[in-house]
Design a binder for this molecule. Sequence first.
Ligand SMILES: NC(=O)c1ccc[n+]([C@@H]2O[C@H](COP(=O)([O-])OP(=O)(O)OC[C@H]3O[C@@H](n4cnc5c(N)ncnc54)[C@H](OP(=O)(O)O)[C@@H]3O)[C@@H](O)[C@H]2O)c1
Length: 252
Amino acid sequence: MKTITFVGNGNMALSIAKGLKERYKIEVVGRNIQNLQKFEKELGVTIQKYSLENFDMSQKSIILCIKPANVEEVGTKLQGKAEVIYSVLAGTLIKKLRTHFATTAVIRTMPNLAASVGKSMTTLTGDDDYKEEAQLLFNAIGTTRWLGSEKEIDIATALAGSGPAYLALIAESLADGAVKQGLKRDDAMSIMRGLFDGFGTLIQETHPALLKDGVMSPGGTTAAGYCALEEGNVRSACVNAIEKAYKRATEL
Ligand SMILES: NC(=O)c1ccc[n+]([C@@H]2O[C@H](COP(=O)([O-])OP(=O)(O)OC[C@H]3O[C@@H](n4cnc5c(N)ncnc54)[C@H](OP(=O)(O)O)[C@@H]3O)[C@@H](O)[C@H]2O)c1
């Protein structure tokens, strides 16, 4: 079994490791032994745990899961030259990663939280020589899409990296609306989950505009609800959300 080495043991590392643990041997490098032990417990499989201080990453395949602000500090603590570094860091340029980490290849990746259930939408860009290997690795946690530039991955970060938070807001507010009209909370949550489940499959096959047309009959309930969303500028708010998140990615 090939070994994958995580540097960082936070939420994203755990989500990806959950998706990879059946197919890869997992090593985790962190600065705090209690957090590494907690990570192992939550992952539910035995992992190799290493201290960040002077960790030798020679010839390893590293998934870098720290925060963009920690790049300089973590870079000074690692020794050796990695074979490939897959960075999940939002907005952190390949040039900066190469400045702080010795490695043959760098791939920028943008998975999302659905990695923990094997359904991440992961975008990738970087060293073309590692394109196939990168896709194979990240296909183990969901779907991948290779992009041609770092600008595009910053835009994709705003869409699929942050997307679960946007959809969570929609999900919660639709359920709240149903509760406001008198539906029990449990029923509202259960119906909302079923809605997202079915929609997740439908949207794979049908253009969003056609889905909307298919459910909106003249003078009907959907037309009334849909127009209320347009009055609330939901469309424009979504377009703005992508713009703000993309701009933020370029500032990190
Ligand atoms: N969350 C998402 O949905 C998502 C999606 C796509 C990409 N990302 C990217 O994933 C990266 C990690 O996010 P996350 O949600 O996993 O964050 P997180 O849960 O806060 O984890 C951050 C990790 O970095 C370590 N760390 C923090 N400061 C450090 C330092 N000074 N030196 C060494 N290690 C340090 C933490 O170690 P300790 O455990 O010791 O504190 C922890 O292991 C971010 O760059 C983000 O852009 C996140």
